[in-house]
Write a protein of this length. Sequence first.
Length: 347
Amino acid sequence: MALQIFLTTGHYLCSMSKEIVVSGIRSTGHLHLGNYFGAIQNYVKMQDAYECYFFVADYHSLTTHPDPKDLKANVFHVLAENIASGLDPNKVALYAQSDIPEIPELYLMLNMMAYVGELEKVPTFKDKVRQQPDNVNAGLLTYPVLMTADILIQKAVKVPVGKDQEQHLEMARNFAQRFNSRYGDFFPEPQVFRFNNDAVKIMSLDGNGKMSKSENVNATIYLSDDDDIIKKKIMKAKTDAGPTEPNAVMPDYIQNLFLLMSLCSKPETVDIYRNNYNNCTIRYGDMKKQLAEDMAAFVHPIREHAWELQKDEALMRKILKEGAEKARIGASKTMAGARKLIGINYY
Ligand code: TRP
């Protein structure tokens, strides 16, 4: 009987152990629909199937010397927007990077194994050198090392990131390997997590590439945009004179409007405009008016919820604190193990 109970409990524990996912959220900039549908919705889907650690990468943001007065508001803002978008602090560990002292500690150790030559070759670093030649600080150079520490501190195996971060992940695997071959097998090699292969990719409303944080703000719909702004931006979205033959192939900027409509409007509405497109009777002005209305209605509750959360500083602090407590359980274990392997265990 006792054995039976033991086995059942054992099995229960086994099925409870989920793969570990870590990802960092930039603390600057406002979230837009591209982030919402392309990334955050995927994070939301992961919360049940994986043991997730999502953090605001506030240390990383220091590379550009943000005004100290802005830091807290930035962190609370992205935190609130992510929660309003569906991240549940009860399901995932949601924390600030700077609340986990084990991260900079591991970063220091990993820095001893990261070579200046390889760091200088990283394309994102070279971009920064070009963009901000007057501020090529050591933090910028070692950005991939800090990112590796973020990941390895939880011994994560899966890291959901965009294409622009894949090189950083490759470096994280290299650093993990290097540590393991010097000190003994300790860190798993983290892989890029393509949770949803056909992740939604939203284009900028001006038709120039993807909806991105820093480029044309008038062609980007932010979760913080109010109804009027959303309407204005949608009405200005790029269109053309319309199709001239039935069932014509859609230019990508028109496809994008249909994609947005399929995400924010009722399926019947999308069907109507698709039919109009196919029989060349579409009036883009009408379509955009409808889309603007539906999109404003879609974003409205998220914006309001984010605003409510952000204003509630006590709640924000409680969420951060509880998230850090969860994250530090694994982090302190990892650090104790790493120190021991390196030989820093004097007591
Ligand atoms: N560098 C990532 C970005 O710019 C953010 C980030 C920091 C991150 N640390 C991380 C992502 C660790 C994944 C894992 O988007």
